[in-house]
Unconditional design. Structure first.
Length: 105
């Protein structure tokens, strides 16, 4: 894997309950994307700027379910697998959270 030598930006966006939230704007120059779920809730991540409507993948609600801290809770994308569109997130229940760690470079 090539070494990334650019600047990494870390954010902890607030994810509101039952609302599709944009956590990163579109970025055609994205080289690295790491998202870690440090909450007790499963969160769906949309990689194409789509509006998410839940955490169950369907033909019209497409995304990656990032498990809670009890599971494999980190998504790492580099090189050719990187989306350039906006990144969205959705959680189904509980209070708004800001325990999603997003690193972009």
């Amino acid at each position: 894997m090539p070494v990334y030598s650019g600047i990494l930006t870390t954010t902890t966006p607030t994810i509101n309950t039952a609302t599709s939230t944009t956590i990163l704007a579109a970025n055609p120059n994205r080289k690295t994307l790491i998202i870690q779920n440090n909450s007790a809730a499963n969160i769906m991540i949309g990689l194409n700027g789509q509006t998410l409507t839940g955490i169950t993948p369907t033909a019209t609600n497409q995304g990656y379910v990032l498990p809670s801290t009890a599971g494999a809770n980190t998504l790492i994308l580099t090189d050719l697998s990187l989306p350039s569109g906006a990144i969205t997130a959705y959680q189904t229940s509980g209070s708004p959270i800001n325990t999603l760690v997003v690193i972009e470079g």
